[in-house]
Design a binder for this molecule. Structure first.
Ligand code: HEM
Length: 538
């Protein structure tokens, strides 16, 4: 499931910590908390409102593990505040429930909220320097400067031919695999193939490619690692040196168990890429360009800031951050198109009208498909993959609308609350792309959702690339396949309620769907266009 890698929702550990661990840790924390209680300084302004906490434990048990973003939204209503404050064992966090507060703090005061909490647990898992986890500082700036330029709106265009080819392969595979879950393999393959190529210049040969398995294993390793900044090691870094068999060190054991998956995703594609570039260097690919620049610096005898470990970590970031998120969003698109056949028909008609039925859509067509674009926006709004964002952290004390936000506070953005606010979005649980149209065109004139890719200085560097992939895949699907409820043994469609995983990331669990060819003509076009691209090198 989608990984930028953070995953639980708040700084609590209980899912993997276990009661023995909690008891032992609590005993240790008691002293610290008592000390904190007695040493509490008067704050320069009141803290933001917060629900009642428990003696010593603070809000440790107050926040639900499942769908915490919904509870945070309810608390926002209850306390009539779009900023809420929580604290447990000295760790403080605020939750921003409105677009307004997110923009005011994370964008307008961006430099003060551009830090991340320290993730000792992830360090223990063996990550190379990775932009997503880096603290605000020189190393962070170095990585952002290396990773941002290839993915600006203008630069991301260089990859659209690759994305289109992968979209064609994806739709062809969906049609060929007639099982009710075959489409899922096609989507996973497509998402890995795009970022593997861009990061390393490597190809995914087929649905059985070891790169797909590798990407999924590492995603799973991060997915179950718990909230960043929440483990006992994050609270007390020296506990990382304790033996991992101790009963309350489950998270350390977990980190050691999954270390291999993280090392593999960091090392193996990098090694393969190095041997590939020995015979053919192509600077469009991240590792190729990074190594070539490094060599140039070495040849000039000048100091290279961005070393081998940095290139390795940054390439792995692109692979990990880019594949699961894209696959999860395409999966949501398929779900909503299946559940809303009238939307699917309308979007297909738009593609037929604009592109015609004698060719398949290209990336250049996508700006001319406004309804299709709204289908994607509505998908972002209905289910933001990171309903609480990736946590930022404050660099220094701040006062916002009379509320004190201490230095080092973790900041969660409740994107789910923002996009389900009934005062902004009428009937917010209805999938209704027309809601964004102006009133004179029959819509509600509601604002496009924001926050799906984060806010401020830490906003997702891959958002242009991701959106291009999503639009090309969506346009190609609309042109070539019909998506419907899965067929039962009697050949009849069988509607069902999908299951969701709402811990940290919000994703729909794998589900069955019938994905069939739209027409023999569109299928023939798929084959013709793919044959024409057969020998094209991206
Ligand atoms: C649908 C696809 C995607 C979604 C929904 C998504 C979402 C996000 C979110 C919510 C953040 C956190 C931003 C913040 O802290 O405010 C983020 C950060 C990031 N994303 Fe994405 N992302 C997607 C695709 C990608 C792709 C394709 C790449 C790679 C090219 C990528 C690379 C990154 C990186 C490196 C960061 C960390 C930025 C930093 O900490 O400065 N993402 N993304």
């Amino acid at each position: 499931m989608p990984q930028h890698g953070f995953l639980d929702s708040t700084p609590r550990d209980s899912a993997v910590f276990g009661y023995a661990g909690v008891a032992a840790a609590v005993a240790g924390y008691c002293l610290l908390t008592l000390a904190l209680l007695f040493s509490k300084k008067k704050t320069p302004a009141p803290l933001p409102p917060s629900p009642p906490g428990e003696f010593l434990l603070g809000h440790y048990r107050a926040v639900p593990i499942d769908a915490p973003f919904k509870r945070y939204a309810e608390w926002g209503e209850e306390y009539n505040s779009d900023v809420l404050f929580f604290e447990t064992f000295g760790t403080k966090w605020v939750v921003l429930n409105s677009v307004r507060s997110a923009i005011e703090l994370l964008e307008k005061r961006g430099s003060n909220y551009a830090d991340r909490p320290r993730f000792v647990m992830f360090e223990e898992m063996g990550w190379s320097p990775t932009l997503t986890w880096l603290r605000w500082g020189p190393k962070y700036h170095l990585h952002r400067r290396a990773l941002q330029p290839p993915f600006t709106k203008a630069k991301a265009r260089q990859y659209t031919a690759l994305q289109r080819k992968e979209a064609l392969i994806c739709c062809k595979s969906m049609i060929e695999d007639t099982s009710n879950s075959g489409w899922l393999n096609a989507v996973r393959r497509c998402s890995v193939a795009i970022v593997l190529k861009i990061a390393y210049g490597l190809d995914v040969d087929g649905p059985e490619s070891p790169w797909i398995d590798l990407a999924e294993k590492s995603a799973s390793a991060i997915g179950k690692a718990g909230a960043p900044g929440s483990s006992i090691m994050d609270l007390f870094p020296s506990t990382r040196y304790l033996p991992d068999w101790l009963p309350f060190m489950e998270r350390l054991r977990y980190a050691h168990t999954w270390r291999a998956a993280i090392q593999n995703i960091t090392e193996l594609p990098f090694k393969a890429s190095l041997s590939q570039m020995a015979s053919k260097l192509d600077r469009r690919f991240f590792t190729h360009n990074g190594i070539a620049s490094l060599n140039e610096k070495l040849n000039e005898h000048s100091q290279a800031d961005f070393g081998l470990e940095d290139i390795k970590g940054a390439a792995a970031t692109v692979l990990i951050a880019g594949n699961d998120t894209t696959a999860a969003t395409v999966t949501l698109l398929i779900l909503y198109l299946m559940q809303n056949p009238h939307v699917q028909r309308k979007a297909q008609e738009e593609v037929d009208r604009v592109v015609g039925r004698d060719r398949l859509p290209t990336w250049e067509d996508t700006p001319n498909l406004p309804y299709m674009n709204l289908v994607l926006q509505e998908t972002y709004r209905m289910n933001p993959l990171s309903p609480l964002g990736i946590p930022h952290a404050s660099v220094k004390d701040d006062i916002y609308e009379g509320m004190f936000i201490p230095k080092g506070t973790i900041v969660y953005q409740n994107v789910w609350a923002m996009s389900h606010d009934p005062s902004v979005y009428a009937d917010p649980f209805r999938f209704h792309p027309e809601r964004y149209l102006p009133r004179e065109e029959g819509g509600n004139g509601e604002p496009l959702p924001v926050g799906n890719f984060g806010f401020g200085r830490r906003i997702c560097i891959g958002r242009n690339l991701a959106e291009n992939s999503l639009l090309i895949v969506l346009a190609t699907m609309l042109a070539t396949v019909d998506i419907g409820w899965p067929l039962g043994p009697d050949g009849k469609p069988t509607p069902f309620e999908p299951e969701w995983s709402l811990r940290g990331q919000a994703t729909v669990m794998p589900f069955e769907a019938s994905v069939t060819s739209r027409s023999s003509k569109s299928e023939a076009l798929l084959n013709i266009e793919l044959d024409a691209l057969h020998n094209t090198v991206f």
